[in-house]
Design a protein around this ligand. Sequence first.
Ligand SMILES: Cc1ncc(COP(=O)(O)O)c(C=O)c1O
Length: 306
Amino acid sequence: MLEALARAAEASVRLYPDPESSSLRARAAAVYGVPVDHILVGNGSDELLTLLVRAIVDPGDRVAFPVPTYSLYDTLVAVQGGEAVRVPFPADFSLPAAVATAEARLTFLCNPNSPSGTLVPVEQVEALARAVAGVLVVDEAYVDFARASALGLVGRLDNVVVLRTFSKSFSLAGLRVGLAFGPPGLLAGLRAVKDSYNVNRLSQAAAEAALADLATMQANVAKVRATRATLTGDLERLGYAVLPSEANFVLARRRGVDQGPIARALAARDILVRHFPVPALADALRITVGTDEEIRSLLDALGATA
Ligand SMILES: Cc1ncc(COP(=O)(O)O)c(C=O)c1O
């Protein structure tokens, strides 16, 4: 990948990038088995989320999503003047039925979800797509760590957009590259509101190289999955309830016990975990699956603080 970056830098940074990211899209089409005209490249999947809200939501329109979830959805809907319809997940983070009947112009499903790490089965995603009134966006930022993806719905259903990113399983967050898979007509609406040169030359070249070397990503994913399994068991032995995670983090809960002080005690030892000081998550920690060494330090410190 570094060679691809060097080549792109030497050859052509004085030139504007391809506004359509054509070469990267061709590679993505081959890798994911989706036609080129069903793919749009974004400056990270965050840009694609922004474009979706900008293109689809008018002031006052309803945008539904189960919560707690990725906090950017709330922000984007507020900026656009839409009405966020937040449907609480039940304790097991299964899909709440009311998302389907929210009469929303746009529905977000983060799958696997953040911060829970849980996955809604593809059959339920398909049923949701068929039931919602508008567009369903399935944010699959963490899906390479999961067992199943909704990408197969693209092309079959005309209201489904699936988002992917190079920031997680490919460990390339600094590149800022995301992919949207969806119906060409809908993607045309996103193109109409995007910056022409939204993805720079170096990032296009590097992302294409990353897709040519899936083995590196897959080895990373295999390691994370193995560590996730041992981390889950070790946290359970320490008294935490851990939701079944299909992501590169786990949500560990001690029912009714505020984990804010634990997160701060860990931070004092330079161990960073996420604590969300909101009622639904105050007794939980979101722990990223790090290296074996990082996980050992975390467990030692948790054992000492518990
Ligand atoms: C659920 C979810 N979607 C999208 C993103 C944004 O990814 P990107 O780096 O591609 O903008 C993140 C990043 O944390 C995320 O957690």
